[in-house]
Design a protein around this ligand. Sequence first.
Ligand SMILES: Cc1cc2nc3c(=O)[nH]c(=O)nc-3n(C[C@H](O)[C@H](O)[C@H](O)COP(=O)(O)OP(=O)(O)OC[C@H]3O[C@@H](n4cnc5c(N)ncnc54)[C@H](O)[C@@H]3O)c2cc1C
Length: 737
Amino acid sequence: MGTVAVFETKTMLTLPGDAVRQIQWRFADRFDLQMLVQSARNVARGTVARLVAAGERNTHEWTAGKAQMLKAFDRAGVTAAFMEPEEGGFISGPKNLALALAAFELAWVDGGAATASLAGFLALSPIHERGTQAQVTRYKTLAAPPQPGDDRQPWRGAFALTEPIPYVGVDTGMLSGKVRVAEWKDGHEPWLQVDKRGRFITNIAFANFVTAAVNSDDPRIKGSCVVILEEGDEGSFDRGTPTKKLVHQLSSTGDPIFNLKVPANRIVGGYTVKDDVIVPNFNHGEIIEAVFRRTRVPVGLMTAAKLLSAVEPVIRYQRQRFRGAEGSKPGSLRYEQGIQQREDALHRLVDIWATGEAATSLGFAAARLFDELDPLEKHKTALLKERGIQGGRAELKALKESEQRAIELLSLKPGNPRRAELASDPLVDFVLKDAEANVICPATKLWNTGHGANMMREAVSLMGGYGITEDCPGFLANKWMDAQLEATYEGPEAVQRRQLTVTMTSEVFLAQFRAWTTAARRIASNHPGTGACTVASAMNMWLWTLNYLRKSTYPEGGKLYHGQRQGVTFALADALCWLLASRYQILDVLELEARGADDAVAAEGLEGTVQFLSDLCHIQAAHAAGETSRICAELVFGYNRHPAWEDEAHRACFLASELEEYEVTMPGIAAFAVDVLAADGAHPQKAGPCAGCAGNSEFLRLQNKLTSCLSGCRLAKDRAAGTVSRVVIPEALDYPA
Ligand SMILES: Cc1cc2nc3c(=O)[nH]c(=O)nc-3n(C[C@H](O)[C@H](O)[C@H](O)COP(=O)(O)OP(=O)(O)OC[C@H]3O[C@@H](n4cnc5c(N)ncnc54)[C@H](O)[C@@H]3O)c2cc1C
C-alpha cells in the first residue's frame, strides 16, 4: 500500500492540462485569453489539420481550401485578436501574449497556418506601432473581421521588406525599393511614385494592402520610410509568382512587383515638410525595429509548440510498436510498453520534452514582458515629453540617468529605504524591462527556432521510418522542416546573435543578470531538485568569461570581444540563450507550485506534476551547463596558441635527468610530471607541452564546480523517464493524420 501512496502523490499521472499551463504561462486570470486559446485550438485541430491531412501542403498555389482557413481564423476571433475593441477586436490593452498564445495553438498543428495568421498582423504592425491615428483607424478597421450578418470581406495585408538579391535580406539597410515625388501641386498633398520588388513576401496571393520599405530616390524626400500600398492604387500591383517552398505551404509566399502612385499620407507615421523636402517622421529602420522586436517572439513560440506537440504522438507510437505481434500478448511488458522498455528511447523523449518546456517558458516570458513594456514605453515617452525631450540623443542622455538609478536599485539590500523610492520610478522600471526585453526577444527567436529545429529532428527520429512519412501522426516531419523557416524569417540566426551581442553587454542587463544569479541560488536552497544551482554556477561562468574576453586580446593583438569578431561574440550569445531558457523554465515551475493548489483542476495530482516538471528543469539545466562550459572553455583557451616543443615554452618542462635528481628528495614526483624531455630533446607524442592561460586556474575552478553541480541530473532523468513510461495519454490524437 505504501508504494501505491507514493506513486499517487509524487508521480505525474496524465499530461499537463490547460489548468496547469494557464498557471505556468500566467493567464489563469485572463478569461479572454483562455477563450482565444480554445477557439484557436478548434481551428488548428479542425480546419487546419484537415487541410494538412488532405494534402493541401502539396501545392505552392493559393487554393480555395487555404482561403477557407483565413475565414476560419476570422470566425474564431483569431484575426480580431490584434484589434482594439473599438476597431472590431475583443481584447483591451497590449496583445503580445494573446498573439503568442494563438500562434502557439496554430503551430501545434501547422506552422504555415500560424504564419498565415501572424503575417496579417505583421503587415499591420508598422501602422500599429508608428502609424498616424488616421492610418491606424483605417487599416485596422478594414482588417477587422466582419460582425455576424455583415458580408464585408476583411482586408488582408502583407509586409514587404525583403528584396531580390543583392538587396535586403539580413542587412535591412541595403534597400533598393524607391520612392520619388510624382506630383506636388502648391498647397496640396504630394503624390509619390513607389517602385518596390519583394522577395518571399507572405500573404501576397490575396493581400489588399502592403506595408513596404523604400528608400528615397528624390532630393525632395529625406531618407527612407515605410509606405502603405493598396491594390486599387494607380499603376501595377503585380503579385508575382508563388515561391516554391518546401515548408509552411499553408501560407502564401511570392515575389511581387509594385509600381504605384500613392498620396504622401501613406507614409507610415506621417511626415513634415522642411525647406520643400518631405521628411518622414520615422525612417524604415526605426519602424522595423519596433515591429520585429515584438513579432519575433510568437515565431519562437511556434517552434516551442512543435516540440511539445511531439510528446503525445511519440509516446503513443513507442507504446504500440509491438502490439499485434505473435509474441506480444496483452498484459506482457512488450505489449504494454513497446519501445518504452528501452531506456534510450525514454531518455531522448525526455530531452525533447525538456527543451519544449524551456522554449515555451522563455517565449511566453518574453511575450508577457512586452505586455508590461508597452504601456511603460508610452508613459516614458509622455514623461520625457513633459521635460521637453523627444527621441534622439537627448532621450538617450535622459535615460542614462535612469539606468544608473536602476543599477543602484539592484545593488541595494532588501530593507534599504531607498529601494522603495527607486522601485516606484517609472523610468527605472522602463529601463529595467527594456534591457531584459532587448535580450530575451532575440534569445527566444534564436534558441527556440535554431536549437528547436535540431531537437525536432530528434523527435522525427524517435518515430523511425514512420517519422519521415506523410502518415506520421502529429505531422512531425513537416514540423521539423517548418522549424527551419522559423529560424530564418523575420531575421535569421545571425541577426539575432548580432542583436544579442550588443544588448547582452548593457550595464543594466548585466546588473540584472547578476541579481538573477543570486536569486537562482536562493531558489536552489528551497528547491534543490530544479537545477537552479547548476544554472547559477553556469551563469557565473558565463559572466566570468565575458569579463575575461573583454580584457583579452588575440596573440597578434586586437581585442577579442569586438563586434567584428563573431566567432567570440556570437558563441557567447548562444551560451546565454541556454541559460535564459533554463531560468524561465524554472520560474514557471515555481509559479505552478505556488499557485497550483488554488485551482481545483490543477490541484489534482499537483505534487506529481511539479515533481516531473522540476525534473525536466534539472535535466535542461544540466544541458545548459554543459553547453556553457563547452563554449566558454573554447573561448577562454581557444585563442591562445598551443605551446610547441620547439617554443620557449618548453623551458617550463622537466628534463628526465632533473626528475631523477628530484626523486631523491621528493619521492613520487616523476609520476606527476607530464611534459618530460629526454636528454636528446625527445618528448612525449602529443601536440606540445600542456597549455595554460592567464585566467587558467580561476576558470578551471569554476568549471570544476560546475561539473560537480551536475550531481543528480541523471537521477532526475531516470525519474522523468519512469514517469514518461507510465503517464496516461488519450486513446487517439485529437487531430487527424
Ligand atoms: C517562406 C518565407 C516567407 C517570408 N516572408 C517574408 C515577408 O512576409 N516579408 C519579408 O519582408 N520577408 C519575408 N521573408 C524573407 C526572410 O525574412 C529572409 O529570407 C530572411 O530575413 C533572410 O534573408 P536572406 O534570405 O536574404 O538571407 P541572407 O541575407 O542571404 O543570409 C544567408 C546566410 O548568411 C548569413 N548572414 C548574412 N549576413 C550576415 C552577417 N552580417 N553576419 C553573419 N552572417 C550573416 C545569414 O545568417 C544566413 O545564414 C520570407 C522568407 C521565406 C523563406
